[in-house]
Design a protein around this ligand. Structure first.
Ligand SMILES: [Ca+2]
Length: 310
């Protein structure tokens, strides 16, 4: 553990002060969401970020209990919100029930706030601004942007985001071709609608980490056999490691700077088709969006992640 904390200490040198972060995750069938949350929890413990809350944007029976258990394993009880517009039937996830066999202070999804309401609450109460990092389906951010004034804040969603959000980091899209299609923006009609809405209406900058960046970075295969992260990966059939889409995005948000995280960027305007979820990008130095382009070989990123994940 000491060695892992030192890896976070190195990252800490690059940040002047801890940043507030709200995390969105689908926490669904793929295990890379679990690696992303591990990084955020350890960064929180190291004083690198303040993890204000976790929004689950694909909800099944053990969603909140398993997230709660994974946080509790690191001694943390982080507020959890669930998106009730995205309740999925069945329980196709192989790791949630397993993780929920660990102690979990939040016993059921019903105990959790509606996610976009929790985002409004966390942002209105935050000391200063917060970043949002989402590695799942983007509709909570759309619901936040569309929200009206309420008892939590006199500001409507767009104004609240403009006032209290620094920037948004999204694992979404595929940007290495003129037109790409990626799961988080196309799996459900709501994902495509949300992707399109956010690109056109979000008042703060968005950085995308696309499918092409994480696909061949394989991480998470070096954790201890009794670590719940390892058990989740093994349950998914990825005991030797998994593509690092979500943990790379989490680490990008933790680092807080694309160049410091080892990426170049392309700036411009991202657009998402509201029906198909296909994404396009028009480069423009004055645009509000960026996607990242790796500067190093895949193994460089995998080694950094594995040094932090154990
Ligand atoms: Ca995910």
């Amino acid at each position: 553990m000491k060695e892992k904390m030192n890896a976070f200490e190195e990252l800490k040198q690059k940040r002047k002060s801890p940043v507030n972060l709200i995390h969105g995750t689908d926490w669904w069938t793929d295990c890379d969401d679990v690696a992303a949350l591990r990084l955020l929890l350890r960064a929180h413990r190291a004083g690198l970020i303040r993890l204000l809350g976790i929004g689950i944007n694909s909800v099944m029976e053990y969603s909140a209990p398993s997230v709660s258990a994974f946080c509790e394993y690191d001694g943390l009880n982080i507020p959890i919100g669930v998106d009730r517009s995205a309740v999925r039937p069945g329980n196709g996830c192989k790791y949630q029930k397993l993780l929920a066999s660990y102690p979990h202070p939040i016993r059921a999804n019903d105990e959790c706030e509606e996610a976009w309401v929790m985002y409004r609450r966390l942002l209105s109460q935050a000391d200063g601004k917060a970043d949002i990092v989402d590695v799942g389906f983007p509709q909570i951010i759309m619901e936040l942007l569309k929200s009206g004034p309420d008892a939590l804040s006199p500001l409507g969603g767009k104004e609240l985001v403009r006032e209290k959000v620094n920037r948004i980091w999204l694992m979404a899209g595929k940007w290495d071709a003129p037109s790409g299609k990626e799961y988080n923006l196309s799996a459900y009609p709501l994902c495509a609608e949300a992707g399109a809405y956010i690109c056109e209406n979000c008042p703060v900058p968005i950085t995308f980490l696309g499918h092409e960046v994480g696909e061949n970075v394989i991480c998470g295969g070096k954790t201890a056999a009794d670590d719940p992260l390892h058990l989740a990966f093994a349950a998914h059939g990825s005991g030797k490691g998994r593509s690092a889409w979500d943990p790379l995005t989490a680490l990008l948000a933790i680092t807080g700077d694309e160049a410091a995280a080892g990426y170049g960027t392309v700036t411009g305007f991202a657009r998402v088709d509201p029906v198909t979820g296909e994404n396009r990008f028009a480069p423009d130095p004055n645009g509000p969006h960026r996607y990242v382009v790796p500067k190093h070989p895949d193994q460089w990123y995998a080694d950094r992640l594995d040094a932090l994940l154990g």
